[in-house]
Design a protein around this ligand. Structure first.
Ligand code: SAM
Length: 245
């Protein structure tokens, strides 16, 4: 089993990754994304939607929303949260490469470092190829991840985070395989228990990501350091690509 298929780990680490503040942030991010598009849209597909943070944000903007994710646990969270807020979304439990949408979309997103997980480079390319195919003409694909330069600049041998609920998470990140792969180990200390999760995914420079997007067919590719169009540089927190069909 690949690390990202381990439903139990998404469950254990859920509170670290998706706290209430992160849901609020996602609502703001959806507003930024819609502003960034500069044109009205109706439909959105969020690839690897997780607990639906952005589905909620887009649904609040009255968009027709679809989310796909492999984790049944995270999709259940999404379903409950969307329901609680009286919103609606199509939720699809599937691997990204097995999903076959019955429609095309005005906007496709892949947010919060959810790209590059497949161990075979061709499979990650296929995610972009599919996004291109599934967009309406003139549609936009937005990917939000972190860039290779940013990791190389900011990486610390050990990083520790303490949470309000008393959990403590240690991280031990590395850049491996000629700096093409970000490999991290998380150790979560919760009460008298400790949980360990190792994961790794490809990291890209803007040039590498742009090349892959072009190969998928995209044109007019813009690179930013945030969803509010900050420059991509060593001070930027994210690597954002906006690609048009
Ligand atoms: C870091 S989380 C981000 C979730 C969401 N985009 C957000 O911003 O809250 C990465 C997500 O990718 C999903 N994922 C990983 N591999 C996947 C795959 N092959 N197919 C579908 N979803 C996948 C995980 O289940 C998880 O929900």
């Amino acid at each position: 089993m690949s690390w990202y298929e381990n439903n139990k780990m998404w469950e254990i680490f859920y509170d670290c990754m998706f706290d209430a503040e992160s849901f609020q942030l996602a609502i703001e991010q959806c507003q930024h994304i819609v502003e960034l598009l500069g044109q009205p849209i109706n439909s959105v597909l969020d690839l690897a939607c997780g607990p639906g943070r952005h589905l909620i944000g887009f649904a609040k903007l009255d968009l027709e929303v679809t989310g796909v994710d492999l984790s049944g646990f995270l999709l259940n969270q999404a379903a409950n949260l969307i329901d609680q807020q009286g919103l609606s979304a199509n939720l699809v439990h599937s691997d990204l490469l097995k999903y076959q949408p019955g429609q095309k979309f005005d906007l496709i997103t892949n947010l919060f470092t959810s790209f590059g997980y497949y161990p075979k480079p061709a499979d990650n390319q296929k995610v972009l190829d599919n996004a291109y195919q599934w967009l309406n003409p003139g549609g936009t694909f937005i990917i939000d991840t972190f860039g290779k330069e940013q990791v190389a600049h900011a990486i610390e041998p050990v990083h520790c985070t303490e949470y309000d609920n008393g959990d403590v998470r240690f991280e031990r990140p590395l850049l491996i395989e000629n700096m093409s792969v970000y490999a991290n180990e998380w150790i979560l200390v919760r009460g008298d228990k400790a949980f360990r999760w190792e994961y790794e995914h490809f990291v890209y420079t803007p040039v590498e990501l742009t090349t892959m997007l072009k190969q998928a067919g995209f044109k007019d590719i813009e690179i930013y350091g945030s969803l509010t169009k900050d420059d991509y540089d060593l001070n930027a927190e994210r690597l954002v690509a906006v690609a048009r069909k």
